[in-house]
Write a protein that binds this ligand. Structure first.
Ligand SMILES: [Zn+2]
Length: 81
């Protein structure tokens, strides 16, 4: 699967829209299909989903800076490439 890295990058670009429910049906389908094949992304999306849910649930106005940086680090797959 030499295209996996490319797919991950592509997916990450739309991930925030996907998590917000604002991605197009085509993008959603692409992401969901990729998640079936890619455990890395599956774990990450699951983590992000929980984080997003918690923050909405708590009605925080914005992410604290340290958590934002942690998320960005998680989103950056450069160490895995
Ligand atoms: Zn992936």
């Amino acid at each position: 699967m030499s295209t996996e890295t490319h797919d991950c990058r592509h997916l990450l670009a739309d991930l925030s829209l996907y998590l917000d429910g604002e991605a197009s049906a085509t993008v959603c389908a692409e992401i969901e299909q990729h998640l079936q094949d890619c455990e890395n992304c599956r774990v990450m999306v699951d983590t992000l989903r929980k984080t997003v849910y918690l923050y909405r649930h708590l009605e925080r106005p914005s992410l604290p800076e340290h958590l934002r940086q942690q998320l960005f680090k998680k989103l950056d797959l450069s160490e895995l490439i």
